[in-house]
Ligand binder design. Sequence first.
Ligand code: HSE
Length: 442
Amino acid sequence: MSTSFNPGKGEGQPVGVAVLGMGTVGTDVIRLMQENADAFEARIGGPLALKGVAVSDLDKPRPGVDPALLTDDAHALVERDDVDIVVEVIGGIDYPRELVLKALKAGKSVVTANKALVAAHADELAAAADEQNVDLYFEAAVAAAIPVVGMLRRSLAGDQINRIFGIVNGTTNFILDAMATTGASYEDALAEATRLGYAEADPTADVEGHDAASKAAILASLGFHSRVKFNDVHCEGITQISADDITAAAKAGYTIKLLAICERLTNEDGSEQVSARVHPTLIPSSHPLASVSKSFNAIYVDAEAAGSLMFYGNGAGGAPTASAVLGDLVGAARNKVHGGRAPGENTYANLPVADFGDVPTRYHIDMQVKDRVGVLADLATRFADAGISLRTVRQEEVERHEHARLILVTHQAPESALAGMVERLSELDDVQQVTSVIRLDG
Ligand code: HSE
């Protein structure tokens, strides 16, 4: 780390800002920065001066922005002498990585909303920021307006975090909620989420769980002071969830949510590991997360001394994301004016990431079996032989009695034991179909 102290530009000095990208978020960042210029100046101790906006298409109309500020040369903009802080709201990984690294190496503080970039390259970016003694802020990368990054970095820095879990993707929550409450089709709900500006440029990142996995990696890294990268996160999206799954879950008193679950795990020998996963999850409909509707996000944090905390709010969309970006911008600008820098990430604990197969999970298994005497006892024995304890077993009447519907809920067991059990079940003569397998939490 650089030992040079940033003395600050001094009270009243302008802070030069470059914005990279003018999509949904960038447009709101610039609008709010201009609308609140006086308040921001008072909070910072000097005015924010917009020095340039990098866009890919110079011909596109950009109402509210002085055309002289627009440039398609982002590389030159991030190194300009009159720029103190670079705001990156482009998205993607490789191109913004080049620009952010260039900006940090040129001594600019960086504010980014880019979860994919941070989840993949946090080490490299943090090292570049440390080297130059500048700030690297990314509050908007997780759950937009909910200040969960700052809460983990600062407010809970004196506690031990054991578990972070919740809904961190607005688009998929919007889709699952619409399918459950209005009976909307998956396609219509996704189109509406895209129209409302919640979805990523390529909504595959949302529906396949990649966006949530990036956020889980960031939360786990901050919460457990260990590096967890995107590729360390087990990730399943919502594309396999059908309207029937949602209806069956509701009938049984459950709601399906795409959850990110980050845990500190203690091994038998007392050593610790961490895990981060994203997958559709059944939660009891009475659980507070079940009532998180539309594009809202909600995150639970279980901490040793603080106990259980819940954070809820707007997790997607232009203005909520811009709110988080601007909070970071004010913080970075204060440091440019008054000197110093915010505390960076600290991965001192360096806990290893557990193999997903070893992570304890619970399964809800819905299957169709032959309606013969003894089938239930036989299946229960197989679970017992595999060391998996069943919490509930329910048999439902089906028309014409040609088969029986069995719904099994397990207690916690290692993921690999549960997955292996399901594989063996589907090969049995008595099991006509394993209709759905969804993990359960809460
Ligand atoms: N596409 C993201 C979501 C935007 O739906 O949550 C916020 O990261």
